[in-house]
Design a binder for this molecule. Structure first.
Ligand SMILES: NC(=O)c1ccc[n+]([C@@H]2O[C@H](COP(=O)([O-])OP(=O)(O)OC[C@H]3O[C@@H](n4cnc5c(N)ncnc54)[C@H](OP(=O)(O)O)[C@@H]3O)[C@@H](O)[C@H]2O)c1
Length: 231
């Protein structure tokens, strides 16, 4: 229980990968805070993490895809907990439907919003807290699309690369400070509850990602590049 007394926020903690990260951080004893666009997904998440008897799950109904709500969420968390040790952004979702030039404008805007703008909003909301504390870890969860082009998923390559550059910028802007900004990228599909048995045991699991975050926070990953590629 190495993260006992640590406060972690998992944006996207209702998602396939995010819920596995939530469960793993709980297993290390952390208090894990998950914002939800609605509380409809709360029951499913609580059932999933129920076997984990350590840590504490706290949920808030805020849509962090909108700046006003993201800021209100941050203020509510700071009011209740006073500090944040870890921020994890496991935001967005896969889109594999169109050749790039066939993508309808509405779909492009949706993918851009869910996979890039939400990351910008989340960082814009929480990096200043780590900056003020001069302490803590910010983690972006990304995938192998940043390097690989999959059929009909060109937008994911563009956005995944942009996410990676965003983390590099945030890291650069934090270079004089004591808090860290990192990306952890799964270079395989991820084993999640949502995939059920349709997984390959050689793939990275959501728990692997959670354990990597825990070790990274504790300074137990060496080397420690800006982007950690899990294969
Ligand atoms: N799944 C994989 O095999 C895989 C592989 C490699 C990397 N990854 C990475 O893992 C991360 C998460 O993927 P996932 O498979 O877990 O996706 P997911 O199941 O679709 O979950 C996405 C999460 O992001 C939230 N979200 C999306 N758009 C949002 C918006 N506009 N405003 C607020 N919240 C928003 C969702 O909230 P709601 O619950 O409200 O929809 C959900 O919690 C991504 O960064 C992806 O690159 C996944």
């Amino acid at each position: 229980m190495k993260l006992q007394d640590k406060v972690a926020i998992v944006g996207g903690g209702t998602g396939a990968v995010g819920e596995g990260i939530v469960k793993t951080l709980l297993s290390h004893g952390a208090t894990v805070i998950v914002p939800m666009r609605s509380l409809e997904k709360e029951e499913s998440l609580r059932q999933y993490v129920a076997p984990t008897r350590t840590g504490s799950l706290v949920t808030y109904a805020y849509n962090i895809g909108q700046i006003e709500q993201a800021e209100a969420f941050r203020e509510a968390v700071l009011h209740e907990f006073g500090r944040i040790d870890m921020v994890v952004a496991s935001l967005g979702g896969w889109s594999m439907v169109h050749h790039l030039v066939d993508m309808p404008m509405a779909k492009w805007k949706e993918v851009l919003h869910n996979n890039l703008t939400t990351h910008f909003l989340f960082a814009k909301t929480f990096i200043p807290v780590l900056e003020k504390q001069n302490n803590g870890l910010y983690v972006n969860i990304n995938g192998g699309a940043q390097e690989n082009i999959a059929p009909l998923a060109g937008a994911m390559t563009i956005i995944s690369s942009a996410q990676n550059r965003m983390v590099e910028v945030l890291h650069h802007e934090a270079r004089e400070a004591n808090y860290r900004v990192r990306s952890i990228a799964a270079f395989t599909p991820v084993q999640t509850r949502a995939r059920g048995s349709a997984v390959d045991s050689s793939w990275v699991s959501a728990e692997d990602l959670g354990n990597h975050i825990a070790k990274l926070y504790l300074g137990k990953v060496s080397p420690d590049p800006i982007t950690h590629k899990l294969t």
